[in-house]
Design a protein around this ligand. Sequence first.
Ligand SMILES: Nc1nc2c(ncn2[C@@H]2O[C@H](COP(=O)(O)OP(=O)(O)OP(=O)(O)O)[C@@H](O)[C@H]2O)c(=O)[nH]1
Length: 726
Amino acid sequence: MLAAASGARAATARARSWAAAFVAGGLRADASWGRSRAGLGRWFGATAAALADFDGVPPGVKKLLSEYESVPLERTRNFSIIAHVDHGKSTLADRMLELVGNIYKPGEAPGAAPPGSTKAAMAAAKAAESVANEQVLDSLKVERERGITVKAQTASLLYVPSGGDPDKPYLLNLIDTPGHVDFAYEVSRSLAACQGALLLVDCTQGVQAQTVANLSTARKSGLEIIPALTKIDLPNADPEPALEQIESVLRLPTDDVPWTSGKTGDGVTDALDAVVRRLGMPKGRPDAPTRALLFDSWYDEFRGVICVLQVVDGVLEKGDRVQTSHGDSQYVISELGLLTPGRHPVRRILAGQVGYVVTGMRDPREARVGDTVVVVQGAGATPAGEPPVGPLPGFEPSKPMVFASIFPVDTSDFDGLRVAVEKLALTDSSVTLVKENSSSLGFGFRCGFLGLLHMDVFHQRLADEFDMPVIATAPMVPYRIELEAGHSMPAGAAGTEAATPDEDGLITVERPDDFPDPNIIRRTFEPMVKASVIAPSEAYSSIMSLMQTHRGRSDEISYLDDGRVLMKYIMPWQEVVTNFFDKLKSATAGYATFDYEPAGYEASNVVKIDMLLNGAPVDSLSFVAHRSSAEVQGRRVAQRLRAVIRRQQFEVVIQAAFGKKIFARERIPPYRKDVLSRSGKTVGGGDLTRKRKLLEKQKKGKARMRSVGNVQLSQEAFHAVLSRGE
Ligand SMILES: Nc1nc2c(ncn2[C@@H]2O[C@H](COP(=O)(O)OP(=O)(O)OP(=O)(O)O)[C@@H](O)[C@H]2O)c(=O)[nH]1
């Protein structure tokens, strides 16, 4: 799973830097005291008072920590927010946290400057506030940069519903979920810990492909669904058609739909009231032996694995000795607490509640998501003489959907890459890693990802967090192959598991070079997806022809009442992986939304195409394609390689081959670049410094390339393979 620096840890760090920014802001402002206007003096007085009381814990969190134990199960609600990407989940969740005081509202953080303050004071206060507030639930660096949530996050809050008794608050456990299709697995895990979900529909965009997919996942989990409109503040908000689609496409009643805005905070109480009113309480038995559902985990460099759990039955306490249902090791809980989303230690977590647990566990693979944690020794242990409690219904582990290899840019830096990927994999247990030895690029890792965005995010995090740029090969989907009787996978295939037949007698191939000789293949099966596209009806015929080119089979077509069409297709996953979404966007002027779900395997006539440089096959450039388009794709790759491979001092011949048959050939003529000469004139014999500089510069340029045989390849060469479908 894509976790990382975890939300909670980042949130804590943010809280610290917030306090630091605030204090620094105060000092900077102090220096300009003499120049300040009259109002500023009053502000500093108030600021000093606020600072004296300020312990970094917002008031809502203080209340939660002091009262959560007295909230009975009947007043507990666990819910998720689900929606199409960018429909406003994180923003709405942030407003909910502000409303109950778990985080500060803009202008309300202690020390925030009043209007009319000096520039320095305003800037300091603004910095402090933005640290405190900006998208608190999207904390990973990549999440902020790309504006997407890749990691589900949890926050507990106390809420008094409208007209409710202030002495009887509800404990709401809110689980923010990723919206992107790659992270659907995170969504399903989060949902397992909830009784209901707020399904957001952006009322400027209406129902989209992923709204449909998320609803189907939530329904499969048996959740109560509360549809809600978002972004009602926008000038182009059009709630009526969105409501009609909620009724006609999602088949949900619309008589009680909160209208919300994450920008202005409108309707946030309506949404929370609906959660309290319409969702059931968690099904748990406070007096039974403890069973807790592990639904998320992340790795903290200092504390080890941190697990997020929902205590279903019983109680979890600090000092308990615990064990997971599927593991043998036992651990002692050294800390447990609530997430707000910052981490706050408490003494115990009761039935129905959600929190984090630290045990000193070092290997994230031991924290299997979906596993049940039971108490072996402690208040929640099974009484002596009684049979141990069974596990809660778990859920399936995620399976990689695409594979791509990564190699260090500098061959001598494999150890650096190994350390970086292993550390990153600790925080992202859904990525799989197998060491591989490529004949062209040397040692690297075959990585399995949940999808293309997951892959991109992994590469970006390697660069961001470990300063480790990599050469990455084009992604490939896992094919399953039935070999002719009496044959087995040739030795040397990456990953022994990949080479071992499964219970159906099929082997899974995850990299083109492991594709066996066509003569020993009886049948090949490729993974399929059920794709949903929602687009303006005018784009119907261009989508249809795009789908045909990509071997899509129409499954269902329905027209929405706002002039859009919902088209469902069964198509090969490999077709989606090779830049399909970009083409769909350009075919529909960016208006289409797209989602898919796995749809099993189908027999297919796919072949491996080899790319050769100066007569030698280059394993990292080879690819698998459907027989019908394999040669066209091979030709395209050869042409693109000709365009991106720099001229060398010798001729480079690029060829594409299927088996022994070479069907495409491109040539790059030699070019002798003498960096020491300008316009044919050699740099003067005496100018040694300049000569050295030029040679240094040339060396640096080369450092971002990899030599394959005697040809220099850059990352663009591997992109040529990725974009072969265009
Ligand atoms: N005007 C307006 N903008 C909003 C509102 N809610 C969200 N936005 C903006 O819409 C964009 C997406 O919002 P997010 O909250 O990140 O959406 P999300 O659904 O969490 O996105 P993912 O997690 O990536 O799926 C951001 O630029 C927000 O500032 C709203 O109610 N009104």
